[in-house]
Structures are given as C-alpha cells and as structure tokens.
Design a protein. Structure first.
Length: 120
C-alpha cells in the first residue's frame, strides 16, 4: 500500500475547495507571488508543477474567504485566558466535527486533528 504524500494531501484539500500553496519547511511560501492564491485557487496543473518543482515543500492552506477556513492560534495559559475573556472556550470535537479539522504537522506528512473552538 502506497503512503499518502504531502502533495496527495494538497490535492485532497483542493477538492474540498481550499486554496493551497507550497511552503518551505520554515513556513515561508516557495512562491514569491503566493498572494494570488488569496483570490483564486490553484489549478490541478499548477499543483502538479509545484509537486515537480518543490518536492520537499509542505502544504499550506491559504486561510480566509478563498478557502472558508479560519485559524485561531492559542498559545499557552495566557491565550486560554484571552479566549475566556472573549467568551470562547476550547473543547474536544466529535469525530464527525473533526472531519475537516486538520493541522499540517511540521513533523512530516501526517494530518493531526486538533481541538475545536466553540462559543462558551
């Protein structure tokens, strides 16, 4: 059985309607013109070209309106206090809710689920 690559995952994300780009391991985009993908999604041909040109790249999701994805980065106890001050809380999501709640781990090609955020 063949393992799933980062670019396999990028194609899956594209099918979900998310705009994806190839970032370097240090999280900077491989593309100088990446902001284009805040306004349009890459074509399958572009994804194939990136696979060829940037084989070691990670997969980045362009967040916001283009992908319909919002990211909230909460760091440590101070971040959790800030969430509560805004009437938000962290909670575990059910497997059904987590179907599209993935984070691209910097440790490799795995997709890890993460806690969801809900109004408290």
């Amino acid at each position: 059985m063949r393992s799933v690559t980062r670019f396999d995952q990028a194609f899956r994300y594209a099918v979900l309607g998310w705009s994806v780009i190839p970032p370097r391991r240090d999280k900077r985009p491989c593309l100088a013109w990446w902001a284009t993908y805040q306004h349009r999604r890459p074509t399958p041909a572009e994804l194939q070209e990136w696979r060829r040109r940037f084989p070691e790249a990670n997969v980045g999701i362009v967040t916001g309106a283009i992908s319909g994805v919002v990211v909230l980065d909460v760091d440590g106890p101070e971040g959790q206090v800030s969430l509560r001050a805004h009437h938000l809380s962290l909670r575990r999501r059910s497997p059904q809710e987590m179907a599209c709640t993935c984070t691209s781990a910097t440790q490799g090609d795995q997709c890890q689920t993460s806690p969801g955020v809900s109004r408290g």
